[in-house]
Design a protein around this ligand. Structure first.
Ligand code: ATP
Ligand code: MG
Length: 277
């Protein structure tokens, strides 16, 4: 198979007309891949993404062909999918104000051109979920916010409206389902693409901890940074390790790896209701 692309966390291969999307056990914090893998992370995120594709299938068709017809070495952490012409927009929906959205709001009062009420604090719930698209930046660069008008310019009014609608619907379905299970979905990013027959499909991964911010509902408290479901342990460790975030990070201690793995399992089990074997 031809390796088309190797991201921070995933690798993408071509197999004839299909793609094989392989999730690794790599984990990144502060945009840097750590030298220590988190065992089973690739399988957990792949299983979670597959589960969500099914939950969302009545809202939007997806690119999945098979989760089992993949090379044996990638079993459990790869998806055979239809190769799409990806829409050149990262489709983000936000229900809470945090991360890049918070920074933008603090300097402009808006996120991706969506005006928000004054006086919102960090992690505040928004009056309603908003569509805050970004560019798909080339490797090594950061995605930049796009206004809705810029999306229209890039993909046309009709496609822009579909992107917005699908993104908000996926967010709302995901947030509703997760809320029942004690998890808040602060925001999420999806990617859509055109199949050869002209249909718009949901691609990439969906509603995983790598594409979304999950917060435990129990400890939610606006006005401060929230506990990150998956990466809090590695982040806390990275912060206290003396690593300057410039040079290569040190190996992650075994207890931090174990705690992080346990959080990925917990997210998977809580959301899907399945036991992780
Ligand atoms: P990062 O590590 O920051 O996420 P990245 O986005 O380049 O970098 P990946 O997310 O691993 O790395 O890359 C996956 C790539 O595969 C993305 O560019 C995504 O748009 C693309 N992709 C996902 N599904 C499909 C598909 N069905 N057809 C074509 N391309 C796809
Ligand atoms: Mg990506």
């Amino acid at each position: 198979m031809e390796l088309l692309h190797s991201g921070k966390v995933r690798d993408l291969y071509a197999d004839g007309d299909d793609l094989i999307l392989v999730a690794s056990d790599r984990v990144s914090v502060y945009d840097t891949v750590l030298p220590t893998p988190i065992p089973d992370k690739g399988k957990l995120l792949t299983a979670l993404s597959l589960w969500w594709f099914e939950q969302l299938a009545d809202l939007v068709p997806n690119h999945v062909i098979s989760a089992t017809d993949v090379p044996a070495e990638f079993a459990g952490r790869a998806i055979r999918c239809r190769r799409l012409e990806m829409v050149p927009v990262e489709c983000v929906a936000r229900g809470y104000l945090t991360g890049g959205g918070l920074k933008e709001y603090e300097s402009t009062g808006a996120v991706s051109g969506v005006e928000l009420p004054r006086g919102l604090v960090e992690a505040a719930i928004l009056p309603e979920p908003i569509f805050t698209p970004t560019t798909k930046a080339p490797v090594g660069e950061h995605d930049q916010p796009m206004t809705y008008a810029e999306v229209v310019e890039k993909v046309g009014a009709e496609t822009a409206e579909r992107l917005r609608q699908v993104t908000i619907e996926v967010y709302c379905r995901g947030a509703e389902l997760a809320a029942d299970r004690g998890i808040l979905v602060a925001d999420t990013k999806i990617e859509l693409g055109w199949a050869a027959d002209g249909t718009l499909l949901l691609g990439d991964e969906v509603l995983t901890p790598d594409s979304s911010r999950f917060w435990p509902a129990q400890s939610y408290q606006p006005g401060r940074a929230q506990f990150s479901y998956d990466k809090q342990h590695v982040r806390d460790w990275a912060t206290s390790s003396g690593w300057d975030r410039q040079g290569p990070p040190p190996e992650v201690p075994a207890e931090v790896v174990a705690a992080t793995r346990a959080r990925y399992i917990e997210v998977y089990e809580r959301l899907t209701g399945n036991r992780w074997e």
